[in-house]
Design a protein. Structure first.
Length: 365
């Protein structure tokens, strides 16, 4: 498009095409400036470029803009190691809130930021969507979760543990409060929001296979992406597939069978003071899970009544970001001996073979 200019004698024209080409080239250059050394400079250039590319409306005013700077690391995999960096291309969802509230500062909801894979700095997926701080110094809170999902309704990210165990394992949250134009870097340390329960089971009786379930546990619910609160909406039974289909005799039953599942964190209503390590947070669920072990013969028939291990008989809470591990030995009389330990979730915890299933729905419609 050619724009007219007047020099007092005749109309002159200039072509916008070179300006658009410059705009595109600058965008490409900004995308390459993702390391820590050049991040702030590139972000400032992005705002300058956005200002040049817009000519009307409230978002066109960038003269006194104070853009948010985002760094993010994940913690909670292993307590004795440094926080982990996210891989290149991984995304977090960031929202800006009025200080001390869950009141959203429009339009900054679930804004996508992605990792460049170098350092902990994240860049906005779209340069003109970066949240900005008010020039009067008012403070803002920032909430972030990983992995970012496109479908978030009423601030809630729905999670179905019967089909989304992988999502539950990965889901993390953090909130940084009280930032303003003079302190613009939100250094997120995202932690797991769900809990893990694992079971190592060693029977001292002959059996062919086993079925392990966690009954009376929350199956479905949601994460509030503004404050990190989990809310359960449906309870039922999760079935953990047998990790080994090989037959076992009493003589060869030294190898344990391993099972695991991600659960909603639990605060027991029947605390007995025997709390596990790391039980410091206020979990979400109000149910009391029970681990149910059924030993089967070669015809897939029960060889004894199911063995039940009520979780809260041995530990008062099931905290988020913690693997609560049950070591269960079953003697010749089918009586279980239980030892419970708790430690931060590791990647190795998730790499145990076995699948997650669901049986029934104990929540009345």
């Amino acid at each position: 498009m050619k724009m007219p200019m007047t020099n007092g004698m005749k109309d002159m024209y200039f072509d916008e095409k070179p300006l658009k080409e410059l705009n595109n080239n600058l965008n490409k250059f900004i995308n390459s400036m993702i390391n820590k050394k050049h991040y702030l400079w590139a972000l400032s250039l992005a705002f300058l470029l956005a200002a040049c590319g817009k000519d009307d409306g409230p978002t066109a005013v960038y003269e006194n803009a104070f853009p948010l700077v985002v760094t993010a690391q994940n913690v909670g995999f292993e307590a004795d190691k440094a926080a982990q960096l996210y891989a290149k291309g991984e995304n977090i969802g960031v929202s800006m809130l009025e200080e001390g509230t869950d009141n959203l500062v429009e339009p900054y909801f679930n804004v996508g930021f992605n990792s460049g894979g170098i350092g902990s700095y994240f860049t906005a997926n779209q340069s003109d969507s970066v949240p900005v701080f008010p020039s009067n110094g008012d403070k803002r809170d920032l909430a972030a979760y990983y992995p970012r999902m496109a479908e978030v309704t009423d601030n809630q990210l729905n999670v179905d543990l019967t089909t989304e165990q992988e999502l539950a394992f990965n889901l993390q949250f953090d909130r940084v409060n009280g930032l303003n134009k003079d302190n613009r870097e939100a250094a997120f340390k995202l932690k797991h929001v769900f809990a893990m329960v694992s079971a190592d089971i060693t029977p001292e009786v002959s059996y062919s296979s086993m079925k392990v379930e966690v009954k009376n546990t929350a199956l479905k619910g949601s994460l509030n992406v503004l404050n990190g609160t989990l809310t359960e909406s449906e309870t039922g039974t999760l079935i953990l597939a047998d990790a080994s289909t090989a037959g076992h005799s009493r003589a060869t039953a030294t190898a344990s069978n391993k099972f695991r599942a991600m659960l909603f964190p639990v605060q027991s209503q029947e605390q007995d003071g025997n709390e596990g390590e790391g039980a410091t947070e206020t979990p979400a669920a109000t149910v009391t899970p029970v681990i149910v072990i059924t030993l089967l013969d070669e015809n897939n028939a029960q060889i004894a009544d199911p063995i039940e291990v009520k979780v809260t008989d041995f530990i008062a809470t099931i905290p988020s970001a913690i693997n609560t591990k049950f070591e269960i030995k079953i003697d010749v009389n089918f009586v279980p001996t239980v030892k419970v330990t708790s430690y931060p979730i590791t990647v190795e915890d998730w790499e145990i073979s076995g699948e997650i299933g669901v049986e029934g729905n104990e929540q009345p419609e």
